[in-house]
Design a protein around this ligand. Structure first.
Ligand SMILES: [Zn+2]
Length: 239
């Protein structure tokens, strides 16, 4: 095979590896920040529950104070009732007492309901804290692994880039430019084999003359369909 073609195939293999490594290089930081976001969500959930609980406790204190005031008022009304002279006054006061009684009953109900609610919130908070703690530990473990992977990746990229430079310097400038132009426009590969008499890149059937020239391999042949550089795989006898 033409030496230049062999070099291009090696270059292409390196470029393929490089593009995989580069996509990992982009992906890993995203994965890490997604993990950090998970951790942050768990933390925010705990904070929100803590705040809800704190507000509930304040509301309970408020209700307890209301209850005290209402009880004082009721006792005042009852004391007044003992000193009443007329039936009209007595009736009016009875009405006020009934109202105060109802008020106390509904405050007590509200306190009870709130206490049950606070109990539920307290156990939910404990569960959320536990979940956040294990989430945090898990995220930190994964982030640690990703960081190590990223470091290995950066090293591997440096090695491959260096290897590419060393291979590329043996390819003549015009051929290298052609290869890079094709690779950039196709996105996947620039050098493809001939299989079943067709270009492996675009699957267009090649004219017999082109196949003969590819087999002969004394100059670079490009596919008429897609422009990729063609090569003949010696181990295959089709085409
Ligand atoms: Zn083609």
């Amino acid at each position: 095979m033409l030496e230049q073609l062999e070099l291009l195939l090696r270059l292409q293999e390196i470029d393929l590896t490089l593009s995989e490594l580069e996509s990992d290089e982009e992906r890993l930081p995203d994965e890490m920040s997604e993990l950090e976001e998970e951790k942050e969500r768990a933390r925010a959930d705990v904070a929100e529950r803590e705040q809800g609980l704190e507000e509930g406790r304040k509301r309970r204190q408020h209700l307890e104070r209301d209850l005290e005031d209402q009880t004082v008022r009721l006792n005042d009304l009852k004391a007044k009732q003992l000193m009443i002279k007329t039936n009209e006054e007595y009736a009016a006061l009875s009405h006020e007492i009934t109202f105060a009684d109802n008020e106390i009953a509904s405050t007590e109900d509200a306190i009870l309901e709130l206490m049950e609610d606070l109990e539920r919130q307290t156990s939910a908070l404990a569960a959320a804290k536990e979940a956040a703690a294990s989430e945090t530990a898990e995220v930190e473990r994964k982030v640690g692994e990703l960081k190590a992977e990223f470091t290995r990746l950066i090293d591997a990229l440096a090695v491959k880039r260096d290897e590419r430079v060393r291979v590329a310097m043996h390819v003549d400038k015009v051929t290298l430019a052609r290869y890079e132009r094709i690779l950039a426009s196709k996105g996947d590969c620039a050098v493809v084999s001939v299989e079943g008499g067709a270009c492996r890149g675009c699957y267009v059937t090649l004219p017999p003359q082109a196949i003969i020239e590819v087999k002969r391999s004394d100059r670079l042949i490009q596919c008429d369909g897609c422009g990729r550089i063609l090569y003949w795989r010696l181990e295959r006898d089709d085409g």
